[in-house]
Every structure is written in C-alpha cells, then in structure tokens.
Design a protein around this ligand. Sequence first.
Ligand code: OGA
Ligand code: MN
Length: 298
Amino acid sequence: MSFTLSPVTPGFVAEVGDIDLAQPLPQEDFALLRQAFTRYAVLVFPGQVLTPAQHLAFSGLWGPVEKERTLDPKATPARLSGEFADISNLSAEGRIWGESSRQRMYKAGNRLWHTDSSFKRLPSLCSLLYATTVVPIGGHTEFADQRAAYDALPEAMKARLQGLVAEHWIVHSRRRSGFEEFNEDEMKRLPPVPQVLVRTLPDSGRKSLFVASHAGRILGMPDAEGRALIDELIAHVTQRQFVYTHRWRPNELVMWDNRCTMHRGTEYDDLRWVREMRRVTISDVANTCEQEGVACAA
Ligand code: OGA
Ligand code: MN
C-alpha cells in the first residue's frame, strides 16, 4: 500500500494520506481504497490540488457520475457544469449570492440531515466533495453513521422496520427548510420515489438504516404515523455517538457513502465569507427496493 490510512474514529471515518488524487491510481491502490471505503463510510483526503477534470476522473472510478442537477438551469443559472453540484455560496457570476437568491433558499435544505439523491429513483452510492476555500467560523459538515445506528436499535424496532418503504421527495425536505417554489419542469423531473428503510450493503454485508429529511411518508401507514417514525429514526441516527463533525481545511476532498450515512452543513456567515466547494455524485446500482427484493407499487 503506497498510501496511509489513519482512523479518525474506530469504524466510521478515516484519513487517507500520501496519495495524489490528481494522478492515475494504480489498480492495487484503488482496490485498497475500496476496502477502506467498505469499512469506513467517510474518507478524508487532505492536501489535494485538483482541477475539475481530475476531480471527475477520480470520482468516476467509483461508478457512473450523475450528470443532471436538481434545479432547472433556466430558473437558476449554474456556475459549474452539470456533473458538479455547486456547494459554494456563489452566484453564477462568481460573487457571493444574494440574500434572497433562489440558490440560497434551495441550499438551505443542506442544513437538514440528509443523504444525497435519495429522492431519485436511482439513488447515490457516494459523493466526493472538494473544498478549495473554507470559512474561519462554522461551515462544518457533520456525518452520521446509519449502520452503527441500526446496530444499536432494539430488536423489536429492527423487526418493525423490516420491509418498510418510505417515500422520498425533494419537496418534503425543501418544504421543511422553507423553499416552496419548484417550477413545473422540476416537479415533473422529481416525482416522489420509494426507498426501503433498512438496507443491506452488498460489499460489507452490514445492515443500515436509510432515512433522510427527503423521506416524508411511509407507504401503507397513515401520514402522521409515518412522519413520526421517520422523525424518531432521524433523531436516533443523529445522536452524538453516531456523529462526526468535519472541520474543513482548504484543498481537501471528503468522500462519503450515501447508502449508509446522513450529513448536514452547519451554519456560517454566508453573506460575508466565501465557501468554495464542489461535489461529484456517483449513482448506486439500482433503486433500494429492487436491491432488497421488496415490492413497491410507487
Ligand atoms: C453536500 C452537502 C453540506 C455542506 O455537499 O452534499 O450537503 O457542508 N454539503 O455544505
Ligand atoms: Mn448533501
């Protein structure tokens, strides 16, 4: 192994050192990184200087790159090309966004606990977020381990959750964060989708919860009861013992497993400081109902 792997927590987060992600990775190294990713769901790569093309090339090793952004570029002009989610606080012109800009209202949803793209029928395997400019106060990213949280559930709850399917819809999370104005094109492209509440990760064999603020209902359950169960599970997963807070350094890439983690951004003075980050999102192999062999009508 030519790189170093330093656990940050015993089984959730590790830092990868002595690796240059701008260079093509020897196959053996990639195989070892895959093993590390199976064990630790969050990998931190400090000290990376990457062009967008290099960021994309490394990301593409993990699977198909999502190419379409959630917001309609006609309604919200994008600063970056379609393969990148813009996690900065900049407008398309590269200046700090306006206080009531559409980008800012929409991105406020990133402060809720979520997992990327669970509102898409084909959800995500992992995200690779690269930071070039970070802020001095706040602007951290917190991660919660849904595998450890599943393991800690009482047996009766595990039995209750088996086979349940939640409806994930971007509108659920955005309503909660105060963004209501999706246009017709966005609503059409982003219908509610089914995802199981408990999944088995094929690489490790571990079970994981799969909840997020995008989940709003549980199929076959009265709305209020489903909502209460989702809220209870999110509260369970995000207890301190399952959470790691990442404090960003400039030129750092962090990748996480969207199948078994949640994350959220913490507050910072976004009208004062520039925070420059871009994310590549990699698709999973299939919808989670399909992966689990659970029938769902939706
Ligand atoms: C993301 C995200 C939160 C943050 O990149 O997917 O939710 O810290 N980021 O900005
Ligand atoms: Mn996110």
